[in-house]
Design a protein around this ligand. Structure first.
Ligand code: FRU
Length: 468
């Protein structure tokens, strides 16, 4: 299977690369389908970015892990595909997982997805959802895979949806969080505990006071500037005004209490309000920065990505550094992304006079006088009425209508525009909105209905090399 996937990638990569909607400074699947970022870590100066990958089928299919590495976030190595679903313990999917570095060894934990034969719904019966592990070897390849948890190791009231392990250490003990759905359709987190990273035992659960969706995917528990945070993606949460507009949610709770006590959750805060953001994962880099990467996509949407017809679909978001400010998590692209900028210009934009950009790859910082309405690129609108920021990609949205964020005051807006994406950060990263956008890239103007100051820069693209 591994050789078939690698061969297919090699045979189709050039054709896919010819698509004008390929992004310039975002990571994409070389061919086929991409979803969650996996196994993020920095080790010996090299950042490893794995991702859910199905090269043979741009609409989905069985998932393995693709792999990029980088030393500087400018040049990336596209590594050969190693992790394909070809073992008994993951035969229907090398599903999402994470990295944990201890004493110079990188340990990975992931979900092995197995579909048993028979008449099953694969939610309440018929699915193996194992936790498996492997290590990164010195030559950059990976060790053999080993199972550490099976269905029978989960509490009896759980459905067959338990997955996406993330490991961390607290007070010398290792903990693993797993996203879960009970048989009663309540989303929650399971916690396992270990002294040696090999033997894991059930430790407890984290859940909200009232049920909040039927499944919580992709949990991530970490400390940010002393504050514990639980990031997760709840499914089955009903829209509430301008909150929870997507089919599945992404966001976080603040966590109080130690893992040995009953931990308590704050209210859930949405993280990125755009059409295309899901399954984020964080890691701490060797400089102590907490960096997050998300899937610039979402499953089961009623809008589409026209690139699937061209043999590829989805991408990863820009890497974002997380910080805390006024009891909120702030997010902003890391310095290395900002360093891709060149030809910086300060502009006094007059009302209704378009600023023509040479290409769709730019980073613009806007200093609006509230309220405002901006036409971006080819018919996308970003407007603020003093209470609500609205983003409407227009016909380039391929079914994406409008997304909103309630915001008390806006002092600046950063727009990172790439060929077929925009990532919008408000107030230095207090709010974010990520969307794909599929226009002709012939008109890259910014027009505002009111005068405002603007800083614009062009953005250099990533350089991708093929690894052996
Ligand atoms: C989230 C998710 C994970 C799962 C993976 C499978 O997008 O559903 O829960 O491990 O994708 O590709």
């Amino acid at each position: 299977m591994k050789s078939i996937w690698n061969q297919f990638e090699q045979d189709h990569q050039e054709m896919v690369a010819a698509d004008p909607w390929r992004l310039n400074y975002h990571l994409m699947p070389p061919v086929g389908w991409l979803n969650d970022p996996n196994g993020l870590c920095q080790y010996n100066g090299i950042t490893h970015i794995f991702y859910q990958y199905s090269p043979l089928d741009a609409y989905g299919g069985k998932k393995g892990w693709g792999h990029y590495t980088t030393k500087d976030w400018k040049t990336f190595c596209q590594c050969p595909i190693e992790l394909v679903p070809d073992h008994d313990i993951d035969k229907d999917g090398v599903y999402s997982g994470s990295a944990f570095i201890k004493d110079g060894t990188v340990h990975f934990f992931y979900t092995g997805n197995i579909k048993f034969e028979g008449d099953h719904d694969y939610v309440y019966s018929g699915r193996g959802h194992y936790v498996n592990t492997f290590k990164l070897l010195q030559d950059g390849s990976v060790s053999s895979r080993k199972n550490v948890l099976k269905n029978e190791d989960y509490p009896d009231d759980l459905s067959c949806h338990v997955r996406d392990p993330k490991v961390f250490e607290e007070d010398g003990i290792y903990y693993m969080v797993l996203g879960a759905r009970t048989k009663e359709d309540i989303g929650q987190i399971l916690i396992y505990r270990s002294d040696n990273l090999e033997d894991w035992s059930f430790h407890g659960r984290i859940q909200s006071d009232k049920p909040f969706g039927y499944m919580w995917e992709c949990p991530d528990l970490f400390k940010l500037e002393g504050q514990k945070v639980l990031v997760t993606c709840p499914q089955g949460v009903k829209q509430d005004g301008y909150r929870f507009e997507n089919v599945y949610q992404n966001g976080y709770f603040f966590v109080e209490g130690s893992m040995e006590e009953n931990v308590r959750l704050s209210k859930f805060i949405e993280f990125d309000h755009g059409f295309d953001f899901y399954a984020p994962q964080t890691y701490e880099d060797e400089n102590g920065r907490r960096i997050l990467i998300g899937w610039m996509g979402l499953p089961d949407t009623d809008y589409i990505n026209p690139t699937a017809e061209k043999g590829w679909q989805h991408a990863l978001t820009l890497p974002r550094q997380l910080t805390l400010k006024n009891k909120k998590m702030m997010q902003f692209p890391i310095q290395e992304v900002l360093d891709l900028a060149y030809d910086q210009q300060s502009v006094e934009l007059a009302a209704h006079v378009p600023l023509e950009m040479e290409s769709s790859c730019f980073h613009a910082t806007l200093y609006p006088k509230e309220p405002f309405s901006i036409q971006l690129r080819e018919g996308a609108t970003l407007s603020y009425d003093g209470n609500v920021l609205a983003f409407m990609p227009g016909k380039s949205g391929y079914g994406r209508d409008a997304r909103h964020i309630e915001i008390e005051a806006i002092h600046c807006v950063d727009i990172f525009s790439d060929t077929s994406s925009v990532e919008i950060f408000v107030n230095d990263g207090e709010f974010a909105l990520t969307s794909r956008i599929y226009d002709t890239m012939k008109m890259n103007s910014i027009v505002s209905n009111s005068a405002m100051k603007l800083i614009v820069r062009k953005m250099k693209g990533y350089h991708i090399e093929k690894g052996e």
